[in-house]
Design a protein around this ligand. Structure first.
Ligand code: NAD
Length: 260
């Protein structure tokens, strides 16, 4: 549907050696964009992933190691990428604990990786987008960028912060051919989520289907996971001409969660 839409553009996707980031990078590649994959690791498997995407879609794909918890490495990622027409801020981690018990290092890491990294990459990418005369920033927030849950103080704070940064970025670029938006996913079946299913089945003595419907998707009215391909398709749409006047807003892909 979006074939060749993004030919000649370079998309940098942070935290893209797994899950939603990888799904988004693949959909950009399918739409003809060259892609830069990233994570904090520097394994053969990371570079092989880029080679496989390049071969599958006939585009250029590179893997660049950079730790999104460090501001200077966030900025270095964008510099090493060379071009950055499309920036997707996706890297993220989670930790769950009540506020008095929330470890300070986990708070600092979540704020740095899930929120501050988007500030640093945006600061480095905007001059490149301005020089190129076109740019798209897609921040991967969450239903938790719009609503809250107990025990996720750092994550909810960071994701609300990402939505705020998205609005400011949009206002600072409003009269330029650059847009900034946030995608707010509900529950997406990434390897991270899949790995939690067997333990939860044991814990609740429930079938896989019951764990998914009644535990994991309790707040997702569709009772279905969103998919990484749907996140990728939404990101590609935000880079299309049809979305040129969509800026500074959030798009929920959450099976109705935020309608409740
Ligand atoms: P995931 O664990 O599969 O992916 C997270 C990615 O971030 C991985 O590639 C990981 O290597 C990378 N990463 C982690 N720390 C990093 C660091 N310091 N530097 C660079 N990269 C780092 O999880 P996911 O579910 O695909 O999550 C991706 C994004 O989507 C996150 O921002 C998450 O908050 C958001 N999200 C996920 C869901 C869901 O249900 N899966 C829902 C809403 C929002």
């Amino acid at each position: 549907m979006f074939e060749n839409l993004l030919k000649g553009k370079t998309a940098v996707v942070t935290g893209s050696n797994s899950g939603i980031g990888l799904g988004i990078a693949r959909e950009f590649a399918r739409a003809g964009a060259d892609v830069v994959l990233n994570s904090y690791s520097d394994d053969d498997a990371d570079h092989k992933l880029a080679e496989e995407i390049a071969a599958e879609f006939g585009i250029t794909a590179r893997y660049i190691q950079a730790d999104m918890s460090k501001g200077d490495q966030c900025r270095a990622l964008i510099e090493k990428a060379g071009s950055c027409d499309i920036l997707v801020n996706n890297a993220g981690i989670q930790h769950i604990a009540p506020i008095p018990d929330f470890p300070q290092d986990k708070w600092d890491a979540i704020i740095a990786i899930n929120m501050s990294s988007a500030f640093h990459t945006t600061a480095a990418a905007l001059p490149k987008m301005r020089a190129a005369g076109w740019g798209r920033i897609v921040n991967i927030a969450s239903a938790h960028g719009l609503t809250a849950s107990p025990f996720k103080s750092a994550y909810v704070t960071a994701k609300h912060g990402v939505v705020g940064l998205t609005k400011v970025t949009a206002l600072e670029t409003a009269q330029e051919p650059i847009t900034a938006n946030a995608i707010c996913p509900g529950y997406v079946l990434t390897p991270l989520v899949e790995a939690q299913i067997p333990d939860t089945m044991k814990e609740y003595d429930m079938s896989r289907e019951d764990v998914i419907k009644n535990v994991m998707l309790e707040r997702q009215p569709s009772k279905e996971f969103a998919t990484v391909e749907q996140m990728g398709g939404t990101a590609v749409f935000l880079c299309s001409d049809a979305a040129a006047q969509i800026t500074g807003t959030t798009i929920s892909v959450d099976g109705g969660w935020t309608a409740l």
